[in-house]
Design a protein around this ligand. Structure first.
Ligand code: 0L1
Ligand code: MG
Length: 263
């Protein structure tokens, strides 16, 4: 049972979405609405989604965030979160990331699962996810919290669509049976220098665990993951800031690479 009124949910969704669309910083919602609870926070996120769909944008996938223990403790939060991916968030592999459209972007090395079967929580586990997965492919997420200096609490992040802003996918897609997802290594390079390395197990111990958690969190709202859904599992590496003029490449063991240029 939320603590905010419907009018407040709609007003805050507009507030967060305007900051995203016009690329300006805002203070975290709980500064002004300390009574906001998790249900309110997700209501705001789902209202942002409704606003975009009403304008004709398509939701092209989902993301999990804050899925590594290191990142949760770095950001001082206690649980992963999810967000949605709108069509215009997608940047082509090898393409340009337009930094002026964003506030303070950071890139993260991720993997994406594409489902061939529905996943309907609660009770979804790693085995269900592996059975339901068509392909796993490389992904790079560009996060861009609308909150000043990336300072927030978990409820405020959820309301801000979990900092979703852009993503790239590409490289090589493979069935899960051809991959060891826990030891799958990634190397992130910016301007030719290695800045981060990691392996799949950084994400909740097993990348499929993140997809299971998403299905189970969605079930709390009576929602599910449909066959065909593209799901980014959360960062395998720490997030690294990028600036105009930077180029980045992330290498994925056995899955090729993804590159982009910040313009
Ligand atoms: O892991 C993520 O995709 C980030 C989720 C939101 C928190 C942040 O902005 O760092
Ligand atoms: Mg991420």
């Amino acid at each position: 049972m939320g603590n905010l009124t419907r009018e407040e949910i709609e007003k805050l969704a507009e507030h967060c979405e305007n900051a995203e669309l016009q690329a300006y910083e805002i203070s975290k919602i709980t500064d002004d609405y300390p009574q906001m609870d998790y249900e309110d926070a997700f209501d705001i996120q789902w209202e942002i989604r409704r606003r975009k769909e009403a304008r004709g944008n398509k939701v092209v996938g989902m993301k999990m965030g804050l899925t590594s223990w290191a990142k949760m403790s770095q950001m001082g939060v206690e649980h992963p979160c999810y967000g949605f991916l709108a069509d215009y968030f997608s940047v082509d592999d090898g393409g340009e990331l337009k930094v002026d459209e964003l506030i303070h972007p950071k890139i993260e090395a991720e993997l994406a699962f594409v489902l061939k079967e529905d996943l309907n929580g609660p009770g979804v586990h790693i085995g269900d996810v592996l059975k339901a997965t068509d392909l796993v492919m490389p992904a790079v997420e560009v996060i861009d919290s609308r909150y000043k200096d990336f300072k927030f609490d978990l409820k405020s992040v959820i309301a801000d669509n979990s900092s979703s802003s852009r993503f790239l996918t590409g490289g090589v897609a493979k069935p899960v049976s051809e991959l060891d997802l826990k030891t799958l290594g990634v190397v992130m390079m910016i301007n030719g220098e290695v800045v981060q390395t990691g392996a799949g197990a950084a994400v909740l111990g097993h990348p499929a665990s993140s997809v299971a958690m998403l299905a189970n969190m969605l079930a709390e709202r009576g929602e599910m993951l449909k066959a065909g859904t593209f799901i980014m599992i959360g960062a395998i590496t720490a997030a690294v800031s990028v600036n105009k003029g930077d180029s980045f490449t992330v290498l994925f063991d056995g899955l090729g690479s993804i590159s982009g240029r910040c313009v």
